[in-house]
Design a protein around this ligand. Structure first.
Ligand code: KMH
Ligand code: ZN
Length: 297
């Protein structure tokens, strides 16, 4: 694995997912305007990357490039944070609909490296399909469009598909792998320090690692990630609680805590352009409203 510079941590904020509802937490962003605001707040708190799930005005998950574009523009008017679209979509979306977000030209996009089982929401009991031929096809499309894949690996078995993409020249160095731990009974490994170090052990060289862990494991595992030179992902998509019995007020609150912990460890959140440099993305020159007035980033 490639460790981050020792004085940096790269924070991704996952501000909403496919299942989050206002009933689960009033802080859930479920329409485009709320997603844009949550992304802006997460950037202000220290996030360098926003992992984006789009919702339409009826709060339904959508893969529509037009809705993704609207969300991109709303975020971009404010700041230069890296835009990472989810091709995971939601249970209501076909494979074709899930991939439409690439046409909105994000800088990065999630690429799930194997099939899982949904256990929550309307799709409970149905497979979250990510067969190898589609993984290859989507990686090829991302390569064509200059979009960096965020390869989401939930178990050791999925590392085979990472190796396959590398062998076929469908992903470029540095590889970026998000280890997603803790989705119990869905096909993910348990979110434990031992599983994290074991997954890292089996990853290809030249891989930058991001740590994602769900629910109560988010805080301890991302803290281990910070200590060990990994990127980390926090936000309501993966965890709606600040602590046991207390809902988080926003993804920004979780980003703020991650940044505070990093600070105590003599590290600072990498800016979006520092992160672009680390990941091999093209720097963004265009000034944005927030970046022009910013003193904190
Ligand atoms: N919901 C996450 C645990 C995606 O968006 O492509 C997995 C995820 C998938 O982030
Ligand atoms: Zn997601």
């Amino acid at each position: 694995m490639i460790a981050l510079p020792r004085d940096k941590v790269v924070i991704t904020a996952c501000v909403t997912g496919a299942f989050l509802t206002k009933e689960m937490t009033p802080a859930a962003p479920v329409v485009p305007e709320e997603i844009i605001q949550a992304a802006r707040d997460a950037y202000d708190a220290g996030a360098a990357i926003i992992h984006i799930h789009a919702r339409d005005r009826d709060t339904k998950p959508t893969g529509s490039k037009d809705v993704f574009r609207e969300i991109h523009e709303g975020i971009r008017e404010y700041c230069d944070v890296i835009l990472q679209d989810s091709t995971g979509g939601g249970a209501n979306l076909s494979m074709e609909e899930r991939i439409d977000c690439l046409n909105a030209l994000p800088e990065m996009a999630s690429l799930n490296m194997g099939t899982l089982l949904r256990t929550m929401g309307s799709g409970a009991g149905t497979p979250f399909m990510n067969p190898t031929p589609e993984i290859e096809q989507w990686a090829a499309r991302m390569q064509e469009l200059g979009i960096k894949p965020e390869m989401e690996v939930y178990s050791h078995a999925m590392i085979r598909d990472v190796e396959n993409l590398i062998a076929k020249g469908l992903v470029e160095k540095p590889y970026y792998v998000n280890l997603v731990m803790g989705m119990a009974y869905q096909g993910a490994v348990a979110a434990t320090p031992k599983m994290l170090s074991s997954l890292i052990e089996f990853l290809p060289q030249d891989t930058i690692v991001n740590v994602t862990a769900t629910a109560a494991a988010q805080l301890p595992l991302t803290t281990i990630g910070t200590v060990t030179g990994c990127c980390i992902r926090v936000g309501l998509e993966d965890n709606i609680y600040y602590r046991r019995g207390q809902l988080a007020t926003s993804s920004a609150q979780l980003v703020q805590r991650a940044a505070r912990i990093a600070h105590e460890l003599h590290k600072e959140p990498a800016t979006p352009n520092e992160t672009r440099h680390i990941l091999g993305l093209t720097p963004l020159q265009q000034p944005t409203a927030r970046a022009e007035t910013s003193t904190s980033r």
